[in-house]
Design a protein around this ligand. Structure first.
Ligand code: ADP
Length: 494
């Protein structure tokens, strides 16, 4: 496929570039801005207000006030729920415009944004709207004559730091449960993709969210992000991003006020194709597991383990599939793969491709830039990949598939688990015993059997080992935003 000669004009205007603090769009305290770029060309889309420590502080003060003085945490849960439902309705109403903004700032295929991601954003908000009036505490049977209640209360001000690969889905995973549980929020978006969250946050206000409940600050990690992580009046922190940055954020939280932290970090997920697998289906699933979203998924199936019996056929077909992958302007119909997010990621991925070549892996497809401008990379496939090669160990976060051969289940379990990560695994087999054996043995937060990247509001997501702490989505995500308060009263007449 060929990239469009001239990039297609996105069917949307940029409406909001300022910070959202206390229900108003405002400039940063310093007056500074930074450019956000179109990954298709590297050209500036808009200049966005650059939040720093002072802006984070202003946002935290607003969130604190909105929490302490209400009405949000004290509002009837039903009313909170209805505001979230209205928010979801507005997202749905503006679905196509939001999708266009997401594609423009991020480079992901418009088809994916418009038909999967933005509908999923509305779905997630509705899921959490449903929880808002179903938060229950417990009673406990204690020894002795005591009446014991366990209350679940919102934490207070939640600080949330999100990445650029799924800007609005990461927004929903964080904002949804925090709001449902009655917290107020200061959200810092990724510097690569600040636009869509501002647009959507405005819709939340329109839906009736009181001012100060959701504050959105654009800015960079070491300034705005670090200020949020160290702020003494932030009660809870949630972060999604790289493992290296996750460590920094956890340390900042510990050094400041010991705010509890939820972390969603990197991965190097195995995708295991067993000897009985239908090769054509396995090839397609493994291809999707790795190349989806330009390979920019924390759970990407980035180690494709293939049983030796089917290896040769799998390899030939995977190579052919990668060569057929349609790369080009993400606004163009039929395009499967757009550009990488920015030059830094582009260079990092090219570095890993060179490392694969240098370490002796066989390049089967791709291996180079695609086109002449923007951050496009050819769908790349390496075979003969060995466990100790950098491309088999590090998270590449790009369209680079590494295919490894295995002989038996014990061996593949050992190798699949021999990583510092533990986010997800794919298993491709029709043999129930094989599936059960692998499911039990793999140390990963999600196991996808004969599928991959199935996300649903109700399915918890998160990592073992250095892939993170805690779970998002599903019932588990509420725990991240609820404090537990034990209330004990003596009983006169037990
Ligand atoms: P990536 O390498 O994918 O950009 P990062 O983990 O660096 O991943 O970024 C994820 C989010 O973390 C972004 O919003 C980024 O601005 C933020 N971030 C980066 N560095 C820091 C830091 N030192 N403190 C707090 N947040 C940070």
């Amino acid at each position: 496929a060929v990239a469009a000669e001239e990039p297609i004009t996105p069917p949307v205007e940029v409406k909001h570039t300022q910070l959202l603090i206390n229900g108003k769009f405002v400039d940063s305290a310093s007056g500074k801005t930074f450019p956000t770029l179109d990954p298709r060309t590297g050209e500036v889309i808009a200049h966005v207000a650059e939040g720093e420590a002072e802006d984070i502080n202003r946002a935290v003060i607003a969130a604190r006030k909105a929490f302490d003085e209400g009405p949000w945490p004290k509002m009837s849960p039903y009313k909170r729920s209805m505001i979230l439902y209205r928010f979801a309705d507005l997202i749905e109403k503006h679905n196509d415009e939001i999708a266009a903004l997401e594609t423009w700032d991020n480079g992901k295929p418009y088809q994916q944004a418009v038909s999967v991601e933005i509908p999923m954003l509305a779905r997630l908000i509705r899921y959490y709207a449903g929880w808002a009036d179903k938060i229950h505490g417990l009673t406990a049977q204690a020894d002795g004559a005591h009446h014991v209640q366990v209350l679940h209360e919102p934490y207070g001000v939640a600080g949330q730091i999100i990445p650029w690969n799924f800007p609005l889905l990461m927004f929903a995973w964080k904002v949804g449960p925090a709001l449902a549980c009655g917290n107020t929020i200061v959200l810092k978006t990724a510097e690569q993709t600040p636009l869509s969250a501002l647009y959507v946050a405005r819709l939340a206000l329109e839906a009736g969210l009181p001012p100060g409940v959701l504050n959105v600050v654009s800015g960079f990690g070491p300034t705005a992000g670090a200020s949020l992580a160290t702020h003494m009046d932030v009660d809870k922190l949630a972060f999604t991003g790289s493992t290296d940055t996750g460590k920094i954020v956890l340390e900042l939280a510990a050094r400041s006020n010991l705010k509890p932290v939820t972390l969603e970090l990197g991965g190097k997920s195995p995708f295991i194709v067993c000897e009985d697998a239908d090769v054509d289906k396995a090839v397609e699933m493994a291809h999707f597991a790795l190349f989806f979203n330009q390979g920019q998924c924390c759970c990407a199936g980035s180690r494709t383990f293939v049983h030796e019996k089917v290896y040769d056929e799998f390899l030939e077909k995977s190579k052919a599939r990668a060569l057929r992958r349609v790369v080009g302007d993400p606004f163009k119909k039929g395009v499967e793969q757009g550009p990488q997010i920015d030059e830094e990621q582009f260079n990092k991925i090219m570095h890993y491709i060179r490392s694969g070549l240098d370490s002796g892996a066989t390049l089967e497809a791709g291996g180079d830039r695609f086109g002449t401008k923007g951050y496009y990379i050819q769908p790349t496939v390496f075979s003969d990949v060995k466990d100790d090669m950098l491309i088999a160990k590090d998270e590449i976060f790009g369209p680079v598939q590494s295919i490894l051969k295995f002989k038996d289940l014990d061996e593949v379990v050992r190798r699949a688990n021999a990583t510092r990560y533990g986010l997800a695994a794919g298993i491709f087999t029709n043999n129930l015993d094989t599936a059960n054996t692998l499911t039990r043995a793999l140390r990963q937060g999600t196991i996808w059997i004969n599928c991959f990247d199935v996300f649903d509001a109700a399915i918890p997501f998160g990592g073992f080992k250095m892939s993170g702490q805690g779970r998002e989505k599903g019932i588990h995500s509420l725990r991240n935003y609820l404090q537990v308060k034990a209330v004990v009263t003596p009983l006169k007449n037990p």
